[in-house]
Structures are given as structure tokens and as C-alpha cells.
Design a protein around this ligand. Sequence first.
Ligand SMILES: [Zn+2]
Ligand SMILES: [Zn+2]
Length: 96
Amino acid sequence: MTHCQYPECTEESVTDCFYSDNETDEPDYRYCVEHAPKEGFCYGCGQFWAGVERFDFATTWGGIQGLCENCDEQVRNELGENDDDEEFEDHFGYYL
Ligand SMILES: [Zn+2]
Ligand SMILES: [Zn+2]
């Protein structure tokens, strides 16, 4: 059984998280939507994005907290949604 590796978190819906130097298929960590971004990973693709301003301060850039710019853009394109952020987040939460 896989669950979030954050201490005491039992969430079973997780993203495989990889550091940029990980060249295997084995994720370094598995974190849930809440904890992946806390540890610096995008919860969409699982890549390590901490330290990138566009990721750390996504909302100030009009993005979505916890998603890297690639995933942010991808999700927007998929939904065909560009200007209604609230509705967009609802959709994405449901999506997961
Ligand atoms: Zn968690
Ligand atoms: Zn991403």
C-alpha cells in the first residue's frame, strides 16, 4: 500500500516525486497533493521545483499553488480555461 511519506500523513492519493538528478524510475518520495509542494515538488508532474520563483510564489504570478509552470499551463489547456481561477481549481480538485 502506498501512502504519503510525509510524517503522520496517511493520504493514499500520492504523486511520485523525483529530484532532478534521479535518473531511475523509482521516485525519491511519494507525497500527497498537500505535502508534495511543501517539500518542493510539483504535485502534477512530481518534479522538484523549489527555489523557482514561479513555483514558490505561483499565486503571485497568477498560477496555481503547488503546480509548476508546465503543469499549470497543461491543465489550463486541457480545461480550455484561462480566466476563471476558482472554477478551474474546483475542476482540478475533482480531477484528482
Ligand atoms: Zn501528505
Ligand atoms: Zn509540474
